[in-house]
Design a protein. Structure first.
Length: 223
């Protein structure tokens, strides 16, 4: 299977004359699960939105397989994005949401999941927060994109559901590149193959987990 490469280069973003992102570079390849960590306000969510094309940057380059992508419509074809907010309309049934999101050739396999079987006859409005989040994560992972951006995917998930999501991430990383950010840093560290720490507007590419302590993100003994 061909390996795909997503590169984000020279990203700059300011709010009210305050620099949020400064010359950020990030590279994500097929098989990568990149954990994007940082304190509140460090620009993690903003960076994901810029990569996806729904947030304007003061300056950026986005390349996929060495081809510059300047149009948001081009990015939508190559990248999937899970926002912090739920995206499936409440009035839909689970079955309808799945049929609208996936091709017919993927639906049967999608339902082989016990957690999906348990909710397939429900309406979206009747799902618990954890059930809805799991459904959204799985839908985003199962589409045809080459890369997936996940913002706070673990929100509302039980420990068992977290394990199931991490298994999904590992399975889909065989065909996709994945970037994930979440306040639950332990879950991110457990699944990530690479770690990036956002600090003072910069993306720091870490080689060891201990650097999270050395750079002041975690306290001694937190790992």
């Amino acid at each position: 299977m061909k390996k795909h490469i997503l590169e984000i280069d020279s990203v700059q973003k300011s709010f009210d004359n305050k620099s949020i992102l400064s010359d950020v570079y990030l590279k994500c390849e097929t098989n990568d699960i990149i954990g994007l960590l940082g304190r509140n306000g460090s620009g993690k969510s903003t960076l994901l939105k810029i990569i996806f094309g729904i947030e304007a940057a003061d300056f950026k380059f986005v390349r996929i397989d060495n081809v510059v992508k300047s149009k948001t419509s081009e990015l939508f074809q190559e990248i999937s994005y899970l926002s912090q907010d739920n995206f499936i309309p409440n009035h839909l049934s689970v079955a309808k949401a799945i049929s609208l999101s996936l091709g017919n050739n993927k639906i049967e396999a999608f339902y082989e999941d016990e957690a999906i079987q348990a909710i397939r006859t429900k309406k979206i409005s009747h799902l618990s927060g954890g059930e809805l989040r799991y459904l959204e994560i799985k839908l985003v992972l199962c589409n045809a994109s080459k890369f997936v951006l996940l913002d706070e995917p673990y929100n509302g998930l039980s420990p068992i559901a977290v394990e199931k999501v991490n298994l999904l991430l590992q399975q889909h990383a065989k065909q996709k590149g994945i970037i994930i950010t979440d306040h639950n840093y332990e879950n991110v560290i457990a699944i990530a193959t690479k770690l990036i720490l956002m600090k003072e507007g910069k993306a720091h590419h870490l080689t060891t987990k201990k650097e999270l302590i050395e750079m002041g993100y975690l306290r001694e003994g937190a790992l």
